[in-house]
Design a protein around this ligand. Structure first.
Ligand code: FAD
Ligand code: N01
Length: 530
C-alpha cells in the first residue's frame, strides 16, 4: 500500500485548494512545497508594486460562501501583501499547514506498473510512494534567468523580481537599472520611480499596457457579495473566467460595428481600465482588422502620455498584434518617462552587450548603477513540470514533450498514469482568470478520484487517440487566432531552445468547461480506468 493516497506538489492557490478538497473527502494527502511558506506566486513575487490584474472580487476562491462573505478586499486590484494575507488566512482557516512539507522540492517521480504507484523523490533525499500525484506547480513559477554576459561581475546589488527579499530593499536615492518591460518590469518601474535617484530602463520590446484605474471597492464589494454564487456562475461560462463588468454579455463582432461605435467602444473599455480592453471585440484576436484598430487606439493613448515624442515612439508597441503577448495593466507607467531622472534604453537600437563591475554596456555605452533589477520572465507552463525527472519505464515526460506538450485536456498525459496537472498546458489557464481555471481543474480531478475510489480502480490515464485529438484541437484553435504571430511566452519563444508551440487552449474557459463537463458525464470518455 502506498504511503499516501495523493501527493500534491506546490502550495499556491491550486495546491491549497486541492489539499482542502481531498482531505474533506478522506484522501490521505501530502503537499510538498519548495518554498518556506504558502502562497506560490504571491509568496515569491514581493517586488515593489506587485498586484493582480484581474479584479479582486473575481481573483479569489469561490468554494466557500462564508469565506467569500467574510473576506474584504480593499481595492479593485489587490496588492501582493493583501493577496498573500488572504492565502495565509485560507491556510489557517482550513488548517492546511499540518499536511504541507515546506522547504522541500520534488525532484523525481517514477511510476511502477506493478503497484500502480508513484515513487516521489525530493531534494532532501526522501523517497515515498503515492497512488496519485497532482502537480500544482504553477505556470509562472520557474524563472528564465537569461545568460547575461558578465552578470556575476556586477559589483552592486542585483535583484530578480520573482525572488525579491522579504525584508524589502531601500532604493532611496540609488542609481537603478531595470531590465525587462513585461508586467513585472512595468509594476516595479512605476513603484520605484518616485524614490530612486535615477532610473534606467532597458527595453527590448515595448508592452501594450492599459490603465488600471485602481480604486477602493466598498460599494462594488457589497454589491457582488449580495449575489456571489450567481456572479461566479456567470464568470465560469465566460471566455476569460471573469466578467469585465459586462455580466454574461458577449462582446460585439468588429465587422458588425460602424466606425463611430468602434471608437466609442474602445474608448469606453480603455477608460474603464484593465485587461478587459482586449474584450472590446469578440474577434479582436481573430480578425487582423479588428486587432489593428484596437492596437492603433492603444498606441495613440500611450503616445499621449509621454512628453518627448522620441521616447513616446520607443514605448509604442508595433511589432506584434495587441494581446497576442499578455497585456499589462499599469498605474502611471508611461508617465514615469516624463521624469528628468528616468532614461529609456531601447535595446533594439542599442543592444545589450554585457554587464560589468560598474553597470551595463549597451550600444557601446557603459552606464553605471548601484542596483540592477531583472524582470525577465518565466519558462511558462512547462518549466516546472520539466524541471522534475518524471519517468515511466524507459520514458520521461521531458522527452515526450520535447516537441511541445502532449496532454488530454491539459490534465493528464498518456503513458504517465495517475499524474494530474492543475492548469496544465493545453488548458485555458494563463489566458484566463487563473482562480476560475484552478478551481475548475481541482474540482474535476477530485471528482475523478472519487469516481475511481467508488469503483475500486487504482489507475487512470488518457487514451493515446483522445490525447492526439486534444493536441490537434488545441493547435487548430490556436491557428485560428493571431496568437502565433507574437514571439511570446505563450509560444515558448522567450526560452532559448524551447519548441515554439502555442501552450494554452485558446477557445475560452466557458467552452472548455462544457467539454470537460461532457467528458466527465460520459463516464470519463477518453480515459482508461483500471
Ligand atoms: P503558483 O502560485 O506558481 O504555486 C506553485 C508552487 O509550486 C510554488 O510555490 C512553487 O514553489 C511550488 N513548486 C513548483 N515546483 C515544485 C517542485 N518541484 N517541488 C515543490 N514545490 C514546487 N493570474 C491571474 O489570473 N491574475 C493575476 O492578476 C495574476 N498576477 C500574477 C502576477 C505575477 C507576478 C505572476 C508571476 C503571476 C500572476 N498570475 C496571475 C498567475 C499566477 O501564477 C496564478 O494566478 C496563480 O497564483 C497560480 O497559482 P498556482 O498555485 O497554480 O501556482
Ligand atoms: O515576464 P515577461 P513578466 N534581454 O516575459 C525581457 C504574469 N504577471 O515576469 O518581450 C533583454 O512578460 C522581455 O523582452 P521581450 C503575467 O501573466 C502578471 O513581466 O522578450 N530583455 C520582456 O520585456 C505576465 O505576462 C502581473 O523582448 C529581456 C521581459 O524581459 C507573466 O506573469 C505581474 C531578456 C519579460 O517579460 C510574466 O511577466 C507580473 C534579455 N535577455 C507578472 N530576456 C500582473 O500585473 C527577457 N527580456 C498581474
Amino acid at each position: 500500500m502506498a504511503d499516501h493516497d495523493v501527493t500534491v506538489i506546490g502550495a499556491g492557490f491550486a495546491g491549497l485548494y486541492q489539499l482542502h478538497r481531498l482531505r474533506e473527502l478522506g484522501f490521505d494527502t501530502r503537499v510538498i512545497e519548495a518554498g518556506p511558506e504558502v502562497g506560490g506566486t504571491w509568496y515569491w513575487n514581493r517586488y515593489p508594486g506587485a498586484r493582480c490584474d484581474i479584479e479582486s472580487v473575481e481573483y479569489s476562491y469561490s468554494f466557500d460562501p462564508q469565506l467569500e462573505q467574510e473576506w474584504n478586499w480593499t481595492e479593485r486590484y489587490a496588492a501582493q501583501p493583501e493577496i498573500l494575507d488572504y492565502i495565509r488566512h485560507v491556510a489557517d482557516r482550513y488548517d492546511l499547514r499540518r499536511d504541507i512539507t515546506f522547504d522541500t522540492r520534488v525532484t523525481a517521480l517514477e511510476f511502477d506498473d506493478a503497484t500502480n504507484e508513484w515513487t516521489v523523490g525530493t531534494d532532501g533525499g526522501e523517497r515515498f510512494t503515492s497512488r496519485f500525484v497532482i502537480a500544482a506547480t504553477g505556470c509562472l513559477s520557474v524563472p528564465t534567468r537569461p545568460e547575461f554576459d558578465g552578470l556575476e561581475n556586477f559589483g552592486g546589488d542585483t535583484y530578480w523580481t520573482w525572488d525579491w527579499p522579504e525584508q524589502g530593499v531601500d532604493l532611496t536615492g540609488k542609481r537603478v537599472a531595470v531590465v525587462g518591460t513585461g508586467s513585472s518590469g512595468l509594476q516595479t518601474i512605476t513603484a520605484i520611480a518616485p524614490v530612486v535617484g535615477s532610473l534606467t530602463v532597458f527595453q527590448r520590446t515595448p508592452s501594450y499596457a492599459v490603465p488600471a484605474h485602481n480604486h477602493a471597492i466598498d460599494d462594488l464589494l457589497a454589491e457582488v457579495k449580495r449575489h456571489y454564487p450567481e456572479f461566479r456562475q456567470v464568470s465560469r461560462l465566460t471566455r476569460g473566467g471573469a466578467q469585465c463588468g459586462e455580466g454574461a454579455a458577449l462582446p460585439p463582432f468588429f465587422e458588425d460595428l460602424d466606425d463611430g461605435t468602434v471608437t466609442s467602444e474602445l474608448e469606453r473599455r480603455w477608460d474603464n481600465g484593465g485587461l478587459c480592453y482586449q474584450q472590446s471585440f469578440f474577434d479582436l484576436l481573430l480578425d487582423p482588422d479588428a486587432n489593428d484598430r484596437a492596437a492603433e487606439y492603444a498606441r495613440a493613448r500611450i503616445r499621449a502620455k509621454v512628453n518627448d515624442p522620441v521616447v513616446a515612439e520607443k514605448l509604442t508597441p508595433r511589432s506584434y498584434p495587441i494581446a497576442a503577448k499578455r497585456m499589462c495593466v499599469d498605474t502611471g507607467y508611461f508617465e514615469v518617462y516624463n521624469q528628468d531622472n528616468v532614461e529609456l534604453v531601447d535595446l533594439r537600437e542599442e543592444p545589450l552587450a554585457r554587464f560589468t563591475e560598474r553597470g551595463i554596456v549597451a550600444g557601446g555605452t557603459e552606464r553605471e548603477f548601484d542596483v540592477i533589477v531583472l524582470a525577465t520572465g518565466y519558462d511558462a507552463m512547462t518549466g516546472a513540470l520539466n524541471a522534475i525527472d518524471i519517468r515511466h519505464g524507459d520514458r520521461t515526460l521531458r522527452e515526450k514533450w520535447a516537441d511541445g506538450p502532449r496532454t488530454y485536456l491539459g490534465l493528464m498525459s498518456a503513458d504517465f498514469p495517475n499524474l494530474f496537472t492543475v492548469t496544465g498546458p493545453q488548458s485555458p489557464s494563463v489566458l484566463s482568470n487563473m482562480m476560475t481555471s484552478i478551481e475548475y481543474h481541482v474540482d474535476w480531478i477530485t471528482d475523478l478520484l472519487v469516481h475511481l475510489r467508488d469503483r475500486g480502480a487504482v489507475r487512470v490515464e488518457p487514451e493515446v487517440e483522445a490525447e492526439d485529438n486534444w493536441v490537434n484541437t488545441t493547435n487548430d484553435v490556436a491557428d485560428l487566432t493571431l496568437f502565433p504571430q507574437a514571439a511570446s511566452w505563450y509560444m515558448g519563444a522567450n526560452v532559448p531552445g524551447k519548441r515554439r508551440v502555442f501552450l494554452p487552449f485558446a477557445a475560452g474557459v466557458g467552452a472548455y468547461k462544457q467539454i470537460g463537463d461532457g467528458i466527465a458525464v460520459a463516464g470519463y470518455h477518453g480515459f482508461e480506468v483500471a
